[in-house]
Write a protein that binds this ligand. Structure first.
Ligand code: ZN
Length: 324
């Protein structure tokens, strides 16, 4: 029997189109995403490496205004979608950016590593350093009626990224409701309900200072319509909490989900801005946010703090007891 070539070709194309995307297989592996999802091969992709020396300090960028996140009487559904753990968020949660654009929340999810001993899994890196976990709070522009309407618009989406690090034994109880429910959503498609959780408490202590740039979704279809806000401050989880996240959730092949992050993408012509000054000196940056480091160095050079306080505050310096 002779089968027309075009029919055979379309049969194989449809097989290929049905391939599920993955990071490292089996399925459509990361390097092949552009074959089925052309945007993944674009020039404004995410995540990126945030390089301090290339970041432009923009003092006119105001802190994000967060609204509706503080509500702690809400319940949230959390699901294993086969790629990550995802928590649905209500549109009453919203951020307003420095330009006054309001973005409504739709969901949050996590990226982690864990493929080998202590391998980190954040998507964005800062000066080449990958953090342990990265949370993404996905929002859509409120000028569109829904996420589905906004997802293909050039100004449709905003994602707030939170980087996480390990603080050996210190359990972060803000994250305990999520961690303790993981066993109930081990397998793809399983859903559980989170109670006694405050979403605002999942953010780092300092939500004033952020990096901002224009990028894309970090998973297919990689649409290039995301305004990214990466908080400078990070969240700390205990090692036990991180290990539980890394070793509980399974994919559709019944394998534990490890290393669910995309490689960093070229910056190309883009400029990353920050609303705090960059400081590349290594001084104390292990223990202080970068801008505090700047303040410390300023003070250690013998500059009187009282006279300078106003301008240091403008630069984003904060003054704790140890600094003042
Ligand atoms: Zn993500």
């Amino acid at each position: 029997m002779r089968v027309p070539v075009a029919l055979v070709a379309s049969f194989f194309l449809s097989i290929q189109a049905q391939q599920e995307w993955t990071y490292s297989g089996p399925g459509l592996v990361e390097s092949d995403w552009p074959k089925d999802y052309p945007d993944c091969g674009g020039q404004k992709q995410s995540p990126i490496n945030l390089q301090a020396r290339l970041v432009r300090f923009n003092r006119s960028l105001k802190p994000l205004t967060l609204k509706g996140y503080e509500d702690d009487n809400l319940e949230f559904s959390m699901t294993n979608n086969g790629h990550t753990v995802q928590i649905a968020l209500p549109p009453t949660m919203q951020i307003t950016d420095s330009e006054g654009t309001v973005f409504r929340a739709i969901q949050m999810h996590l990226h982690w590593g864990g493929g080998f001993f202590e391998l980190s899994g954040s998507e964005h890196t800062i000066d080449g350093i990958r953090r342990v976990i990265e949370a993404h709070f996905v929002h859509f522009n409120s000028k569109y009626g829904s996420y589905d309407e906004a997802r293909n618009q050039s100004d449709g989406l905003a994602v707030v990224a939170v980087l996480m690090e390990i603080d050996e034994y210190a359990e972060n109880t803000n994250y305990s409701p999520i961690i303790s429910e993981l066993l109930n959503i081990q397998y793809p498609g399983e859903i559980t309900t989170l109670t006694n959780i405050n979403i605002q408490d999942l953010f780092p202590g300092d939500t004033r200072h952020y990096f901002v740039y224009k990028g894309s979704l970090t998973t297919p279809p990689c649409t290039e319509n995301v305004k990214w806000f990466v908080f400078q401050d990070s969240v700390k989880l205990s090692k036990a909490q991180v290990l539980k996240l890394e070793n509980t959730i399974k994919n559709k092949n019944n394998e534990t989900l490890h290393n669910i992050y995309r490689q960093t993408q070229p910056l190309n012509q883009r400029v990353v801005e920050a609303n705090f000054p960059q400081f590349t000196d290594k001084c104390n940056s292990q223990h202080h946010p970068l801008h505090c480091c700047f303040c410390l160095r300023w003070i250690s050079h013998g500059n009187g703090i009282s006279k300078m306080r106003g301008s240091l505050l403008q630069l984003g310096c904060t003054f704790t007891n140890s600094l003042s």
